[in-house]
Design a protein around this ligand. Structure first.
Ligand code: IVH
Length: 675
């Protein structure tokens, strides 16, 4: 082995570690994807030629390793404690008082507060800058070694050496929370349901399940991420405050949540909490509260700990998103692909501010596992934007009249046979012309991410299909006003509105078009990937399996499904009919449809004419981005009624401020506002 090769290997690894950091941790790539791929390919080629030179911390080694029999355990050098919870301001103020009483001080204590991530706590152990072990929290003293799994998480540095050599400690234990963001979570569940696997109840369970895989190649496919929030042992490093620790971690290449409130009095921490609570739905991941920590490490040491939790920290939780209620009945819904999903109809209950009257029970096995019966009192939860679901049965409330559920043997809508393939958790109606399936396919076609036909809601789709006016989505665009005006609760004016909305929707993008078709395994993201790669519908339709598999994010399953879809004559005919009806696919040139592309908005305070989530959707539809916090990259801060501290920050750093009227003007004439 020549020194040249050794040198080149080391250069490539260093470069790739660095670019990984810029790409995944900072989200600010320094080189293009193509250049990155070129470096990676060169490294893979060299390592294939010289397998003896492959090191576990090489950037090529994130794909997982051969399965384990079981997890080994590992003792934490310093116990991983848990936190006491507060649920209201009084409890937080009482915590501050306790801290000051203990420290015998009248002057204010400064706290650093962070989002509390709802995931799985892990410890990462680095020796001389290399990741050697990673473990779960376990009972706080001993955890399970999940090193191979953690190594597959792209935002976990495999080596910190290359970043800042002079600051690498001989042993560094970093603590953080592994989680799955909301969108990738939904995508993961969609894929699982499609494959007949049970869906995960919430992102936390999905993260925990993924970390507990004995086969790390499975973990490697899960969209795990991490925020680091502390250290255990850190030989040779000295810190005076928690804030310093966080800054140092950032400097060493770890991902640290950017929405941290540093060194503030307790009153300001309460404002921070309210701001975060208010904007939590704008974040791409779930938080279950904030963690408040005494910033000064000297004070932390004086405060010490009680049995299992430190006196210097406290979790201030967001209001519960779980409630109990009663199951009135369980019925079965038929989805777009014929999958039967049992749904619990509930006595309406407010969960975290939203009324919930239905919850998914996922599938037969899930009902069996949870033992849900009609008449049961159950715990339901809402997580992020995810569909509400039943967590568990409160069996103590049973009276004996509760009825167990049985999956029907025939489709409740069309009467066709229901089958459940071996190894699948899902039962399906076998009739592709089942009215329920047709309705779902049309609803999907008209949905926001697809043709976005305003006003074509569930009820209307139901009527159109039931009356035989529409048998497939291709029939939509040939509907006439007279057909629609005759339907229930549809006057001439609403019929005209719908005709106008359909006309508007005919101008679309390739990604939306492909997504609308409802090809199995092709969600919004994959549709975008396909559109970006093939640019035109014809090219995509004639793509071969090899063309498809060659795309990074596309595996054999998606490829097969795409090929099968376009092979099917009826699908091709439907596509021709849609195009004949005047649907036009715009070429994917950025800017054409996205006048706000490159503009970042931050919303603060209440809006009167619209809700924040609607405002967010409209900004995004125009290509803009909505971010939860103000930074120099912010283009506009929109200040509604009673704006929070974000407005002050915007003024401080000179960001342009819009009031509600300004926002509406911007949405109506975006080109005038784009920067
Ligand atoms: S600090 C002694 N910071 O919450 C301090 N924990 O209930 C211990 N968690 O096991 C933890 N985000 O899994 C801390 N920013 C954060 C956190 C956080 C989530 C979790 C962690 C811990 C649990 C404590």
């Amino acid at each position: 082995m020549s020194d040249d090769i050794r040198k080149r290997l080391s250069e490539l690894r260093q470069a790739l570690h660095r670019h990984n950091y810029f790409y995944y941790v900072l989200d600010e790539p320094e080189i293009s994807d193509v250049e990155y791929d070129r470096l990676m390919q060169e490294l893979i080629a060299l390592e294939t030629e010289h397998p003896e030179m492959v090191k576990p911390d090489s950037p090529t080694q994130r794909v997982g390793a051969p399965p384990l029999e079981k997890f080994e355990t590992m003792a934490h050098t310093i116990p991983m404690l848990s936190l006491e919870n507060a649920f209201g301001e009084e409890e937080v103020l009482a915590f501050d008082q306790r801290v000051r009483r203990f420290l015998k001080t009248d002057s204010p204590v400064l706290y650093t507060a962070e989002p509390k991530m709802d995931g799985v706590a892990v410890e990462l152990v680095y020796e001389n800058g290399r990741l050697v072990d990673a473990s779960t929290r376990g009972d706080g003293y001993t955890g399970e070694l999940i090193t191979l799994n953690v190594r597959t998480i792209k935002t976990v540095p495999l080596a910190i050496l290359e970043m800042v050599p002079e600051r690498v400690p001989s042993r560094l234990e970093v603590r953080g929370e592994v989680f799955i963001p909301i969108e990738p979570f939904k995508q993961l569940n969609e894929e699982r349901l499609d494959k007949g696997e049970p869906a995960f109840a919430n992102p936390r369970n999905a993260a925990a399940g993924s970390l507990r895989q004995l086969d790390s190649t499975i973990t490697a496919k899960r969209p795990l991420d991490i925020f680091c929030y502390g250290v255990g042992m850190a030989t040779g490093l000295e810190f005076a405050s928690h804030w310093e620790i966080l800054q140092a971690l950032k400097g060493l290449g770890f991902r640290v949540n950017p929405h941290i409130k540093p060194r503030a009095r307790i009153e300001e921490i309460l404002v921070y909490y309210r701001d975060l609570l208010d904007s939590r739905h704008e974040f791409p991941y779930e938080m279950d509260g904030i963690v408040i920590k005494v910033d000064d490490l000297g004070l932390q040491a004086r405060l010490g700990e009680k049995s299992r939790s430190p006196r210097w920290a406290m979790a201030y939780k967001f209001p519960a998103t779980q409630e109990t209620t009663r199951v009135l009945k369980i019925d079965v819904q038929v989805g777009r692909t014929g999958a039967l999903t049992p749904v619990a109809h509930l006595e309406p209950v407010s969960v975290g501010g939203v009324t919930v009257s239905r919850a998914t029970l996922h599938n037969e096995d899930e009902i069996k596992k949870k033992g849900v019966r009609t008449g049961d009192t159950v715990l339901v939860q809402r997580a992020g934007d995810v569909i509400p679901e039943v967590v568990k049965v409160i069996t103590a409330k049973r009276t004996g009249v509760e009825q167990p559920f049985r999956m029907p043997a025939t489709c409740p809508v069309c009467g066709a046979k229901v089958i459940r393939l071996e190894q699948e958790a899902v039962s399906r109606c076998v009739n592709a012309n089942c009215r329920a399936q047709i309705k779902e396919r049309i609803k999907h076609f008209a949905s926001k991410g697809a043709f976005d036909i305003d006003g074509l809601g569930d009820k209307l789709v139901g009527q159109l299909v039931d009356k035989g006016l529409v048998k497939s989505y291709a029939d939509l665009f040939v509907l006439e006003k007279a057909n629609i005006a005759g339907l229930e609760r549809m006057g001439g004016k609403s019929a005209q509105n719908l005709m106008d909305a359909m006309e508007r929707s005919k101008q679309t993008s390739l990604a939306r078009f492909v997504y609308a078709l409802g090809i199995r395994h092709v969600g919004e993201h994959i549709a975008q990937v396909l559109a970006r790669r093939f640019k035109a519908l014809n090219t995509l339709m004639s793509a071969t399996a090899d063309d498809l598999i060659a795309i990074d994010e596309i595996g054999p399953q998606v490829s097969e499904s795409v090929i099968a879809f376009f092979d099917h004559r009826e699908n091709r005919e439907n596509i021709s009919r849609i195009l004949d009806a005047g649907v036009r696919i715009e070429t994917e040139e950025a800017g054409a449809q996205e006048p706000l592309a490159g503009n970042t908005f931050v919303l603060t305070g209440a809006l009167e004419s619209t809700t924040r989530s609607q405002a967010k959707a409209r900004i995004e539809a125009l290509g803009g981005r909505v971010s939860p916090s103000v930074s120099r990259k912010t283009t506009y801060v929109v200040a509604g009624k009673d704006p929070g501290s974000k407005l002050d920050k915007a003024k401080q750093i000179g960001i342009k401020i819009l009031d509600e009227k300004g926002l509406i003007e911007c949405l109506e004439d975006p080109t005038a506002f784009s920067h």
